[in-house]
Design a protein around this ligand. Structure first.
Ligand code: F6P
Length: 479
């Protein structure tokens, strides 16, 4: 039987929707398109359903290269570029996408859920916000229509993140037959913060999400906050089920990947930069790897390290803070300013404490996955101190990869703390003095305790690897 609404003969049985897709294109000066495949939990999760399942990943074209690829391929990139997966890339008008993505998703919803506003002056919900909100609605509608168009009768649709909060409700209207899940990869704001949003917008967001059959969150804390927002704004969830799926690290992939030749090269280069202490043994390392997001708290991490060097001079010359802060969302001025602040503070610390043979902070800002894995391998201490974070996979990955085991200094505001807190050294991310003390404790931990804690951290970190994380959600939706 051929469905009259579908242009695709069979229609997909499993659909994933996210703003950023599994492939991106760059456009060369000679007009050639180069595809780059993305990684992350969703990419490895989706591989769990096997190549025979009729699946499609719906995503947005994000830059000029993507838009050109859509023009050349009709929105269906070649399977060779996508690891064999069928992808439908949507060419939403650039202005609409920018207003929805930068204006609403990253400057409003991300700020609300991570509680990032400096409230004496922001947020301001006026005419500009309303225009951006209209674009957010249009962008969500484009996704809902594409999904409705691609889905087979009774298909399972897994919608991702705060970018697409309105999609479940819109899709439910277009296609009452499909099963819809929505997963939040971020924290969820508590009601008193969420209700900063204009009342009609708060209501529309929650009703949009409640159009789903199942709502997934990374921790109980975020799921409970969502339920509390529904109670405060709508009087309840109307019976929509929530579930908690704590995405874990992919141990097999990480261990194999971190022992390839390119990682060994980076490891040698890093060891050279780190050098040896006064007694000739390799210096200790405090490692952090982040996208430079406002919520990652890199500046207070550096302040805590500076305080450690000030308060405990015995660590001078004996430790190096290896800090990788990779670019993120550089269209937004506040992100660019934050990136600059990180660089300035690292320079200040190096100027204040550095010596001819010792650079106290080794900062890298150019994204390099192999180098990140090299840093994971040599970490003595992992510093993960976000002011708020949905999960934070770095906290889960370092204990799995580190060569000699590492002590984890972990913010109690990271989602990962729910699973890893018992084996970590917990910090209040705003307490710079407390974080400096935690770094000292972590650096001083004896080998036996460090090994024992690393074992517990790695076990907790790999409890729900990406393939099982994805399948568990799919089963809950369709079972
Ligand atoms: O890390 C949380 C998250 O929401 C991811 O789910 C998502 O991939 C990412 O942030 C979005 O980041 P970007 O703006 O770079 O696409």
């Amino acid at each position: 039987m051929v469905s009259e609404r579908s242009a695709v003969p069979a229609g997909a049985e499993v659909l994933v929707a996210s703003n950023r897709g599994p492939v991106s294109y760059s456009l060369g000066e000679d007009g050639t398109l180069t595809a780059k495949r993305g990684g992350g939990g969703l990419v490895s999760g989706l591989s769990a359903i096997g190549p025979d399942t009729n699946a499609v990943w719906v995503c947005a074209a994000l830059g000029d290269g993507d838009r050109e690829a859509v023009r050349r391929t009709g929105g269906a990139p070649a399977p060779g570029d996508t690891g064999g997966r069928r992808v439908r890339m949507l060419d939403i008008p650039a202005e609409v996408h920018a207003q929805a993505y930068n204006g609403i998703a990253n400057s409003v919803l991300w700020f609300v859920h991570h509680m990032l506003y400096q409230t004496p002056l922001e947020p301001v919900f006026g005419a500009e916000f309303r225009a951006q909100w209209a674009s957010y609605e249009a962008y969500n509608r484009a996704f809902a229509r594409a999904l409705a168009d691609e889905a087979a009768e009774g298909a399972a649709v897994l919608v991702q993140d705060y970018h697409l909060a309105l999609v479940p409700g819109m899709l439910r209207t277009l296609r009452p037959d499909v099963r819809i899940a929505h997963f939040s990869h971020t924290p969820w704001a508590p009601p008193e913060y969420f209700r900063m949003l204009p009342d009609d917008v708060a209501e529309q967001l929650l009703r949009g999400m409640l159009g789903a059959d199942r709502l997934g969150f990374l921790t109980h804390r975020w799921a409970d906050a969502f339920t509390a927002c529904c109670a405060a704004v709508l009087g309840g969830t109307g019976g929509t089920g929530t579930g908690v799926y704590g995405l874990g690290a992919d141990a097999g992939f990480l261990r194999e990947r971190s022992h390839r030749a390119d990682v060994a090269d980076r490891l040698a280069a890093l060891r050279e930069q780190i050098g040896t202490g006064p007694d000739g043994s390799p210096r200790r390392t405090i490692v952090r790897v982040d996208r430079t997001e406002l919520s990652k708290n890199i500046v207070r991490g550096l302040l805590a390290y500076r305080q450690l060097l000030a308060d405990r001079p015995s660590w001078r010359e004996r430790v190096v803070h290896v800090a990788f802060a990779y670019p993120s969302r550089q269209d937004l001025a506040v992100y660019r300013d934050y990136t600059a602040a990180v660089g300035r503070l690292a320079d200040e610390i190096n100027a204040e404490y550095g010596t001819a043979g010792w650079t106290p902070v080794v900062l890298h800002v150019k994204d390099d996955f192999a180098r990140s894995l090299a840093a994971y391998r040599l970490a003595d201490v992992a510093l993960v101190n976000p002011i708020r974070d949905g999960m934070n996979l770095v906290a889960k990955e370092i204990p799995v990869v580190s060569d000699h085991g590492c002590a984890l200094v972990l913010s109690r505001e990271a989602g990962a703390h729910e699973e890893l807190g018992a084996a970590a050294i917990t910090v209040n991310p705003y307490d710079v003095s407390g974080t400096a003390e935690a770094l000292h404790e972590a650096l001083s931990m004896d080998a036996a305790e460090r090994a024992e804690r690393t074992e517990r951290l790695a076990a907790a970190a790999t409890a729900l690897p990406p393939d099982r994380w994805f399948l568990a959600q799919l089963r809950a939706l369709t079972g």
